[in-house]
Ligand binder design. Structure first.
Ligand SMILES: Cc1cc2nc3c(=O)[nH]c(=O)nc-3n(C[C@H](O)[C@H](O)[C@H](O)COP(=O)(O)OP(=O)(O)OC[C@H]3O[C@@H](n4cnc5c(N)ncnc54)[C@H](O)[C@@H]3O)c2cc1C
Length: 301
């Protein structure tokens, strides 16, 4: 790296406070971008310096290496969290949170994004992951996104993102979602609110609350492979519920959630992921695939 750091770029910033699992090391360089133009400037600077870049959304699906992350980690600032309703369209910044978008859409009598009400992620992370719940997923509601690269800002249609189950064709780090437009449909606000209330209740019954976690650890295997059983059911049957390594434990309430019970390192969490995977493989011959994403030098089991 040559010369001075651009304004707003800090050295050696701990990332655990930005992650819902509250574990892992620091970013060598960290910047909070306040505009889409600043994201482009940061990407161009990093490219000129030959630095790797990673982007952090709400940190609700991320595991960071204990040894930290080399290069620049960019987080989108509050300035990129706007949510605006225009007829049946909602325009959001890349840092807008899904529960806030779902609530705003419901108030405006717009249906199609209710599933986002209990997903604690940002628009950028949700696009990257094609986040979904209760049979809905982001791909169904998204019209287009604005993407920042080192070359500038560009519009990309949802159809070009090649969405799959918890996946998209966005390139890690070098393509950052700075805005998104959702196309929704008009419906009675009370009917939408009732659906959202049902989703909240079923979430409350099925999942632990107030714990440090990144949500589902593993993707659900295909129905024919697993006889319709979810990853959580397979883990539970393989004896993983409550299983702990160091400060990491498979949740007692939901076996596919790993929680940091205090002082967990990323190494503890990785060891637990490996053990869960090993037990399911041994018992059912099914290889679970992880849903959580990683930053830094981590090899997921
Ligand atoms: C309690 C709990 C419940 C959850 N329930 C669900 C659920 O029901 N359904 C579901 O799908 N997920 C669920 N999740 C997981 C998580 O909330 C989603 O995957 C969410 O979409 C991640 O968004 P994020 O902003 O937190 O992304 P992060 O965790 O910060 O990042 C995830 C990935 O997206 C990339 N990324 C982040 N921002 C951008 C951006 N602006 N541009 C490009 N790439 C970006 C990151 O580099 C990383 O690869 C849950 C998590 C928790 C903690």
């Amino acid at each position: 790296m040559s010369g001075e750091l651009p304004s707003g770029v800090q050295r050696d910033v701990a990332l655990a406070p930005y992650l819902t699992i509250r574990a892992g090391g620091a970013a060598e360089l960290f910047a909070r971008a306040r505009s889409a133009a600043q994201v482009v400037t940061l990407l161009a600077w990093a490219e000129a310096q030959g630095l790797p870049v990673a982007v952090l959304g709400s940190g609700s699906n991320l595991l960071v290496a204990d040894a930290g992350v080399r290069g620049l980690v960019i987080k989108l600032g509050r300035e990129l969290a706007k949510i605006e309703v225009h007829d049946t369209r909602i325009d959001c910044g890349g840092a807008a949170r899904l529960p806030a978008i779902a609530a705003r859409a419901a108030r405006a009598g717009l249906a199609g994004i209710e599933f986002g009400v209990s997903i604690p992620g940002s628009v950028g992370g949700a696009v990257r992951m094609n986040a979904g719940a209760y049979g809905g997923e982001l791909a169904e509601a998204l019209d287009h996104v604005e993407i920042a690269t080192a070359q500038g800002l560009a519009r990309r249609e949802a159809s070009a993102l090649r969405f799959g189950y918890r996946s998209s064709a966005l390139a890690s780090g070098s393509e950052i979602v700075t805005a998104a437009c959702f196309r929704l449909r008009e419906e009675d606000p009370e009917a939408i609110a009732a659906r959202i209330a049902r989703m909240r209740r079923s979430r409350h019954d099925a999942q632990p609350r107030g714990i440090k976690t990144f949500g589902s650890t593993f993707k659900n295997p295909s129905a024919e492979l697993a006889d319709g059983r979810s990853a959580g059911q397979l883990l539970e049957a393989a004896g993983c519920r409550g299983l702990a390594i160091g400060g990491a434990r498979f949740s007692i309430k939901h076996a596919n959630f790993i929680e940091n019970t205090g002082g967990a390192s990323t190494a503890d969490i990785l060891a637990l992921i490996a053990e869960g995977r090993r037990r399911v493989q041994e018992r059912f011959g099914i290889e679970l695939e992880t849903e959580v994403r990683t930053l830094g030098e981590i090899e997921l089991p």
